[in-house]
Design a protein around this ligand. Structure first.
Ligand SMILES: NCc1[nH]cc(CCC(=O)O)c1CC(=O)O
Length: 298
């Protein structure tokens, strides 16, 4: 019986179940094994900064290496760009909408938010990019899983809450969504919406099976945006987003955006080129951001 490791939040289980269904369709008996991660326990501070720390993934990587599980399912955006050695991403699957969304009461849209509206998010990226657009907003921290955040938004009577569309869609909470935020402006986290199926690199048979489910377009845009993150590296702790799309069947455009914490200084750069050179393009974009002062924003 193939063992699929996942965090135990409702969203993580929905994601792992979707991967389980793919494997079942390939005739592979499998079951979920649930884990709690450091990121599930630390609830008092923003976790992203540059977002490359593995707080949600380290325990699953260890379980893979110890042979307790055969695959781990992660939100790609939570997975550090440097994986533990002997582990690899076996497939990029089931890409969802990469945008962020505003959760708000019916009738309230992004454009109709009142002056000084109170908005919940703990992501430094969302805080900075939203403040850059609307300096009047009162951004309040909210951590915890999606249920907790939605509960707090209701209890506290905030005007809005900003979440990833992918998570909201996967939990079938579409009716809570008031507005989709433009990904060229509220630039998402690298890999947002994509699931990473991680395996041991010596597990050849399983890798061959997973390859059948790989979404090669999502793989390429994910590699492009994660290359930007990797190149900016741990040296900087700034709000950062990267978004890549296909402009024709061979070409991708990548946007990178960094800001200071208050959103008063913003650097945006785009590069376009062949998807076949995704990682090179991502690195080039990071270098352009650095040349424009990205590392000095804090
Ligand atoms: N950092 C938490 C996290 N990790 C993945 C998702 C949603 C799914 C995704 O973005 O792929 C979320 C919640 C959120 O950002 O609102």
């Amino acid at each position: 019986m193939l063992k699929i490791g996942t965090r135990s939040s409702q969203l993580a289980q929905a994601q792992a179940q979707a991967v389980s269904n793919l494997l079942t369709s390939a005739g592979i008996d499998n079951e979920l094994v649930l884990f709690e991660t450091k990121g599930d326990k630390i609830l008092d501070r923003a976790l992203d900064a540059i977002g490359d720390k593995g707080l949600f993934t380290t325990e699953l990587e260890k379980a893979l290496l110890d042979g307790l599980i055969d695959v781990a399912v992660h939100s790609l955006k939570d997975l550090p760009t440097t994986l533990s050695s002997h582990l690899m991403i076996g497939a990029y699957v089931l890409p969802e909408d990469p945008r962020d969304v505003l959760i708000a009461k019916p009738g309230v849209s992004w454009n109709s938010l009142p002056q000084g509206a109170r908005i919940g998010t703990s992501s430094l990226r969302r805080t900075a990019f939203l403040k850059a657009l609307r300096p009047d907003l009162d951004i309040v921290p909210v951590r915890g899983n999606l249920q907790t955040r939605v509960r707090k938004w209701k209890e506290q009577g905030w005007d809005g809450l900003v979440l990833a569309a992918a998570g909201v869609h996967r939990l079938h909470w579409q009716e809570l969504i008031s507005s989709y935020l433009d990904p060229w402006i509220c630039v998402p986290s690298p890999g947002q919406g994509v699931l990473a199926v991680q395996v041991r690199d010596d597990n050849k048979d399983l890798r061959a099976i997973l390859a059948r489910f790989n979404d090669s377009q999502a793989e390429i845009t994910s590699k492009a945006t994660r290359a930007v993150l990797a190149e900016l590296g741990g040296g900087c702790q700034v709000p950062f987003g990267a978004y890549a799309t296909w402009t024709d069947e061979k070409t991708i455009t990548i946007r990178g955006k960094v800001a200071d914490l208050t959103g008063s200084r913003v650097i945006v750069r785009d590069v376009a080129g062949p998807g076949a050179h995704a990682e090179e393009l991502g690195k080039r974009l990071a270098q352009e951001l650095i040349s424009a002062g990205a590392l000095q924003l804090l």
